[in-house]
Ligand binder design. Sequence first.
Ligand SMILES: Nc1ncnc2c1ncn2[C@@H]1O[C@H](COP(=O)(O)OS(=O)(=O)O)[C@@H](OP(=O)(O)O)[C@H]1O
Ligand SMILES: Nc1ncnc2c1ncn2[C@@H]1O[C@H](COP(=O)(O)OP(=O)(O)O)[C@@H](O)[C@H]1O
Length: 207
Amino acid sequence: MSTMENPTNIVWHKSSVEKLDRQRLLQQKGCVIWITGLSGSGKSTVACALSQGLHMRGKLTYILDGDNVRHGLNRDLSFKAEDRAENIRRIAEVAKLFADAGIICIASLISPYRKDRDVCRALFPEGDFIEVFMDVPLHVCENRDPKGLYKLARAGKIKGFTGVDDPYEPPLNCEIVLQQKGRDCVLPCEMAETVISYLEEKGYLQA
Ligand SMILES: Nc1ncnc2c1ncn2[C@@H]1O[C@H](COP(=O)(O)OS(=O)(=O)O)[C@@H](OP(=O)(O)O)[C@H]1O
Ligand SMILES: Nc1ncnc2c1ncn2[C@@H]1O[C@H](COP(=O)(O)OP(=O)(O)O)[C@@H](O)[C@H]1O
């Protein structure tokens, strides 16, 4: 029988250097900042601004961007609901390893289903999964359309495109909501500062 069929044959191996030791070394606490939102809502832009802002404060981060991870680890996955769920599950498991390494992991992916995001949240200790919602209306994302994908989706050339003919379920109880202020554009670095203030307040930027 393979170990996959009998997982009880697998025993966790403890290391003498643990998460707390790594956190002390890095002077920060490992966690995941999970940025969810429509295509074009600014997830990748905020992820980069956040990584930059934290790097300048001497904090170690790593970005897991849905688009990028789909080039490698998740290249076998499509955009049907069960593949999106698997995409999200794998990224959450990788993020968990980064958080255990003491790193502030920034995951930016559409992750359209509430249930899938809640499954990810449950993988982490209380507080360590910080959900950030890019609350940007569909028409704004569609006007931006930097990759021309909305145009293709409206023309029926991409099927099952989030927001067009596939659902997006906004979070009900996330930690942070990022949005424009009325008609005023909020710069990505200002949005990143909101997240950094949250991390500071919650003690993630010290061991
Ligand atoms: N059908 C469909 N629906 C939504 N998005 C699509 C689709 N096909 C391709 N793309 C491009 O893939 C990027 C989304 O990948 P994710 O891994 O973030 O998606 S998901 O979390 O699994 O839903 C997404 O990137 P972002 O624009 O950065 O969000 C799109 O560029
Ligand atoms: N805060 C912002 N204000 C105005 N435009 C933005 C902002 N954040 C991102 N953008 C622009 O919106 C487009 C989509 O951003 P991107 O980060 O690629 O979104 P996503 O990763 O959610 O698809 C890009 O052209 C980007 O320059």
